[in-house]
Design a protein around this ligand. Structure first.
Ligand SMILES: [Zn+2]
Length: 340
């Protein structure tokens, strides 16, 4: 019996919906690989799927994001009642001599103004006022976090708004110290927001920007965390266990990227490349370990023996190779900009 060889377009004609979806997918992949990195302008390419999100990474600086970012409405819904770190037990870890000495090291004027961008629990604002450095202005998208900051911590200058609306609320004020701690990785437009914050700086302001270090292996020793990520990579990509483990030990680790909460994984090279493009500032970019009492007050002051041991081990074996889990930039206006 002669079996008819039917051509593929007869079986799966151009009008076939499934075929059209495949074409759209290929176009999307090409589109993604044509997107440029927001930090260094390098090429972005697809690396793998994580939790159902397509992860794209810069081939130059290895900063990463997801191919389709959520809408503003989705994010507002997600952060309504997010209440990150809002627990009075966490207050003592911030109101301590390390943070006080750190604030003091910036030689701020007396009765300075602090801007706490996306302040979460509000502890750093609280500590700033408690130590007598001046007034803190706190802004956060989560109305419950704002409620906690004003009623439980007694902060007077609380603004419930998205960081994207910072200028509306703050353009008339002058800030000596601006702290944006673990916020930009949550935003749709991290680089635009960094630029907007820099526009709020006076000639002698200090702006401290902190986010996860996209290269960091420091949390790899937290076994349950690593196991969860490997399991996710295996199930979403049909990788073998060892292929997923290799990714977790490479520059494709994209540390910090946890959609929809964290939309960006930013590397020191990416942040440095971006800041280098901004006129009129001088800055330093460095990483800080989880055992750093200023940049990591809660984790560093753990009383749990097992966690203390993990911190030590990860510091010895990981921080020295790929840097600490926190990526920090200290930004000032350059003296030449003051006179121009
Ligand atoms: Zn890049």
């Amino acid at each position: 019996m002669r079996t008819g060889r039917r051509r593929w377009w007869v079986v799966n004609g151009w009008w076939n919906f499934e075929w059209l979806l495949k074409v759209c997918f290929v176009i999307e992949i090409i589109h993604m690989s044509n997107n440029n990195c927001k930090f260094c302008n390098g090429n972005m390419r697809y690396v793998y799927n994580y939790s159902g999100y397509d992860v794209i990474q810069c081939t130059n600086c290895h900063s990463s994001t997801i191919s389709t970012l959520p809408s503003i409405e989705e994010l507002e819904k997600f952060y309504d009642g997010f209440l990150f770190n809002a627990d009075l037990c966490k207050k003592p870890a911030v109101v301590n001599k390390h943070i006080k000495a750190w604030y003091k090291s910036f030689n701020l004027r007396q009765q300075a103004n602090m801007l706490d961008v996306g302040g979460g629990g509000g502890y750093f604002s609280f500590a700033f006022e408690r130590f007598g450095f001046g007034k803190a202005f706190y802004i956060d998208i989560d109305h419950q976090a704002c409620e906690f900051a004003s009623s439980s911590l007694g902060l007077k200058n609380v603004i419930n708004s998205a960081v994207e609306n910072l200028h509306e609320h703050c353009k008339e004020k002058e800030f000596d110290f601006i702290y944006c701690r673990h916020v930009i990785e949550h935003l749709l437009e991290p680089t635009r927001n960094i630029t907007n914050i820099i526009k709020l700086m006076k000639d002698d302001s200090v702006f401290v920007l902190q986010c996860p270090n996209g290269y960091s292996l420091e949390k790899s020793f937290y076994i349950s965390n690593t196991k969860r990520k490997i399991k996710n990579l295996v199930s979403c990509n049909q990788f073998s266990f060892f292929a997923a483990l290799r990714i977790m030990l490479s520059k494709k680790i994209v540390f910090g990227l946890e959609p929809i909460r964290h939309l960006w994984s930013i590397t020191p090279k990416g942040l440095d490349s971006f800041l280098a493009q901004i006129d009129g500032i001088e800055y330093s970019v460095f990483t800080a370990s989880l055992s750093d009492p200023v940049f990591s007050p809660w984790v560093s002051q753990t009383k749990n023996f097992k966690n203390k041991l993990l911190l030590k081990i990860s510091q010895i074996f990981c921080s020295r190779f790929t840097g600490g889990a926190h990526l920090v930039a200290i930004i000032r206006k350059s003296p030449s900009a003051e006179t121009s």
